[in-house]
Design a protein around this ligand. Structure first.
Ligand code: ASP
Length: 356
């Protein structure tokens, strides 16, 4: 993997309004149609102004770091997240904001992971992408990129308006660790069912200031490790002991997102309870997350969730699965913590991912 730097020739005078670093990772957003081969392929990002000539009109200093080879985001890895965090850390002082161009398929996972890796963020990190490639006439990449850049550059009283990791898509600015990809055909691909948008765009960009995280008091800090000894177990009626056992007894497992029904309910059959109890007894962090896109886990409301509470399964409140799995990776990577301290950390609202 290689990082190629390209400076974009914009209208920026000697004193640009803002300086933005664009990190291009791949995805549909950066694809063009190869007439000869008759398929979509990544284009050379140094030619971005041919596809989005509007970029030249910005009074911004724009630099692109292009990750080569560009990837389909279905291939994104924990190493890629750590690399993105490092690139942002290394360039943190030089730029006012960051725009990450990323495939839509796993964008919510990546934005969630970055929200944990980048602690006390004072600057915007805006993920965006597209449903239709940049090389197509009806592409949504152009509008998504241009507005993401404007949001990343916006300041109020000298400070960034959105000091958070976000996803900007279509007309919504969403908190990254509250987002989910909900649509694979239409343009409105992302939703945050349990949290209002941070901004909506129409003729103007209307910010919901009361929903944006406050500027942190502590200095920015990037983390460099995540623990991938985690899994997601989605329950369904008819799930067998063999399936549950194969996941809970996977060698080295340290954290599990248990996707339950409704407000956090699960079967009460003895074999299931015993397997869960055994995993809790081995200090595996089990985080109960609802399969519903909206609402919250309330362990203890029903008999079918009360035993989870009593057993030591952690209630995930209104967290998304995408945020839950990366939160476990982050918490399990923190050194020198006891099991109890890790449980307390998982229960806390660390980056605006849950409402307590
Ligand atoms: N498969 C693509 C990706 O996630 C889809 C997209 O970019 O929209 O990389």
């Amino acid at each position: 993997m290689q990082v190629v730097k390209v400076d974009i020739d914009t209208a920026a005078p000697l004193h640009p309004e803002a300086s933005i670093l664009i990190i291009y990772t791949g995805g549909t957003v950066g694809m063009v149609f190869d007439e000869k081969e008759q398929h979509l392929m990544p284009f050379n990002f140094s030619q971005i102004t041919e596809h989005v000539p509007e970029l030249r009109q910005f009074n911004y200093l724009l630099t692109v770091l292009s990750i080569e080879p560009a990837i389909d985001s279905s291939n994104v890895s924990v190493q890629d997240w750590l690399m993105l965090a490092r690139l942002i850390e290394e360039n943190y002082q030089k730029y006012d904001g960051f725009v990450v161009l990323h495939g839509t398929d796993t964008m919510a996972y990546s934005a969630s992971a970055l929200s944990y890796l980048l602690e006390n963020l004072q600057k915007p990190v805006i993920f965006t992408g597209a449903q239709v490639p940049i090389g197509r006439i009806r592409t949504d990449a152009r509008e998504n990129l241009i507005t993401a850049l404007q949001i990343a550059a916006t300041k109020k009283e000298g400070r960034s308006v959105v000091p958070e990791v976000c996803i900007y898509f279509r007309n919504l600015l969403l908190r990254g660790n509250r987002s989910k990809k909900v649509e694979s055909s239409h343009f409105d691909a992302f939703k945050s069912g349990n949290y209002p948008p941070l901004a909506e765009t129409g003729i103007d960009i209307e910010y919901s200031y009361e929903h944006i995280l406050p500027h942190p008091q502590q200095p920015f800090k990037a983390h460099h490790t995540l623990n991938d000894k985690v899994a997601i177990l989605k329950l369904f009626p008819g799930i067998t002991p063999q399936v549950v056992q194969s996941i809970l007894q996977a060698p080295g497992l340290q954290g599990l997102v248990l996707e339950t029904f409704g407000s956090g309910n699960a079967p009460t059959v003895p074999w299931f309870l015993e397997l869960l109890q055994d995993a809790v007894g081995r200090d595996i962090l089990i985080l109960n997350v609802s399969q519903c896109d909206e609402g919250r886990v309330d362990q203890g409301r029903y008999e079918t969730s009360k035993y989870l509470l009593n057993m030591g399964v952690i209630g995930g409140a209104d967290i998304t699965t995408e945020a839950a799995i990366s939160k476990l990776m982050y918490v399990l990577a923190q050194e020198g913590l006891s099991h109890r301290e890790r449980v307390l950390l998982v229960q806390q609202n660390l980056r605006g991912e849950i409402s307590l």
